[in-house]
Design a protein. Structure first.
Length: 507
């Protein structure tokens, strides 16, 4: 089979450039390495050779294969040495002026039919190409670190990019063993754009004093199935990387409230408390291990009061069955007795609002998050309101922990934790589809491969119900008065008429 680009160049041989060079050589291309730092290209070749030799020692590849791969790497000294290349991939510093200057130089060197590609993660491909005489041959080719393991690559069309260029790059990505997704040139492309809701909404929850970092991480891991909680993830990526991305996308979208950053990360960045690599972030690290505070045990309550469930509770029938399974005494009258735990399960509203609207005694009222089927979660989440009595809180906690399932008790919050974060993720993804930035299919692929979510954001919406997600958003907008929570028209329309979010007929 004829390879798409037999001769390619990588300009910039840092970790990203080396990773791209590795998979390009493994795909069969001759790879020319250029770096502005003297000796860096030779060092990159030596590092890759060592990596392949280690695979030989482990019996993963044959010695002659490692020799052949190394022979495909060619360090060069100047841009003029790239004249014969079919494709040049730039992986230099994230500065618009530097990238523009490089591509202007390359345009004067390479053949007229050579393809130019930028690995930018945050800059506009259109802006990078604006300095070129032929911007139609420039596209984005955005890989993720570590390149050999992160199997998604965003193929980005600038305003003037020839569609055939994106088709060719997507085909080459497949030859490299990666999965390409096609995206229009917008801030954050797909992955960094779709990922805004996870961290920023968690930061808002902390900022409201609803729960601490560790509790929010536990809830989102155990209820939704995320591999890492948002604060664990930010510690891993480090705030000197993630906070500037938050600010950049927010500003590039002209202060869109859905992407609003947090003063919490700004302050921690200013103080150098950026994450695992410095030993302190949202968690402290000892020998690379996060020091996570232990959860307090469930309180011991000998006599648990009867439980009355609001007629407006989400998953009311399931909640009744859960209470029966836990051995609770259930009241079924039109209103609770003076002794009862008054249990509400709102979508989007806070416990305080429900208690007032339903004329319940707030001192005995506590909420439970029932967005997700209890059987599908590893943790239950209860929320108090400012008037909830301590004995009622303790009794509810003890009751819901009877079968050994973990229970978190948080302060009052419109949408608890899971509802807020999931609804924000689904809403941002829906608006990506509304804007035509990419297809729903490519969005789901990019997010599951690029962010490691347990489901694509649109599939999340389908699993827990587009109408439920809409209700969460509408009610959160009422509670907080913030346009951040306004539903995307794409979600609102599809949810209103009962259409799937993730299974969409392509035009």
């Amino acid at each position: 089979m004829k390879i798409q680009f037999p001769n390619i160049a990588i300009v910039g041989t840092g970790a990203m450039g080396r990773g791209i060079a590795q998979i390009a050589a493994q795909a069969g291309s001759q790879v020319f390495l250029l770096d502005a730092n003297p000796g860096a290209a030779d060092a990159a070749r030596a590092a890759l050779q060592e990596q392949w030799n280690k695979l030989v020692a482990k019996g993963r590849i044959e010695a002659d294969q490692a020799t052949a791969l190394t022979a495909r790497l060619h360090p060069v000294k100047t841009a003029a040495d790239l004249a014969a290349c079919d494709l040049v991939v730039e992986a230099i510093v994230e500065r618009l002026d530097a990238k523009q200057a490089l591509f202007v130089e390359l345009e004067g060197v390479v053949r007229a039919d050579a393809v130019l590609a930028t690995n930018t993660s945050s800059l506009s491909v259109t802006a990078i190409g604006a300095a070129l005489k032929r911007p139609e041959r420039l596209a984005g080719f955005h890989f993720f670190n570590p390149v050999p393991l992160m199997k998604v690559v965003e193929v980005i069309a600038g305003l003037k990019t020839d569609p055939a260029i994106c088709t060719a790059l997507a085909a080459y990505a497949k030859e490299m063993g990666h999965t390409p997704v096609q995206v229009q040139d917008t801030p954050g492309f797909i992955v960094n754009h779709a990922g805004r809701g996870f961290g920023t909404e968690a930061l808002r929850i902390v900022g409201e004093g609803v729960a601490d970092f560790a509790t929010i991480d536990r809830i989102l891991r155990d209820q939704v199935g995320f591999k890492l909680g948002p604060f664990e993830l930010m510690d891993l990526t480090a705030l000197d990387v993630s906070h500037p991305v938050m600010e950049s996308i927010y500003r590039q979208y002209y202060d869109e409230p859905r992407f609003r950053p947090s003063v919490i990360t700004a302050q921690r960045l200013a103080g150098g408390v950026v994450g695992k690599k410095v030993g302190e972030g949202f968690y402290r690290y000892v020998e690379g291990m996060a020091q996570v505070p232990a959860e307090a045990p469930a309180p011991v309550v000998n006599d648990i009061p009867p439980v009355w469930v609001s007629p407006r509770a989400a998953r009311r029938a399931e909640l009744y069955q859960l209470l029966k399974d836990l051995g609770a005494t259930i009241e079924t009258g039109q209103s609770p007795s003076p002794q009862a735990i008054t249990l509400v399960a709102p979508l989007g509203f806070d416990v305080t609002t429900v208690a007032v609207v339903e004329r319940l005694d707030p001192a005995r009222t506590i909420g439970i998050d029932m967005l997700i089927d209890d059987a599908a979660t590893k943790r239950r989440v209860l929320a108090t309101n400012p008037a909830t009595r301590v004995d009622i809180r303790n009794a509810a906690h003890a009751l819901f922990a009877r079968d050994g399932k973990a229970v978190s008790v948080i302060r009052d919050s419109g949408g608890f934790v899971t509802q807020r974060v999931v609804a924000t993720i689904v809403n941002i993804a829906s608006d990506i589809c509304q804007q035509g930035i990419c297809t729903p299919k490519d969005l789901e692929t990019a997010v599951t491969l690029g962010l490691g979510y347990p489901l694509g954001p649109l599939a999340m919406g389908d699993r827990w119900g587009p109408t439920n997600i809409l209700e969460v958003l509408f009610n959160m907008q009422t509670v907080y008065g913030d346009t951040r929570y306004r539903p995307s028209p794409w979600l609102r329309r599809r949810g209103a008429i009962g259409l799937s979010l993730s299974h969409v007929e392509e035009d």
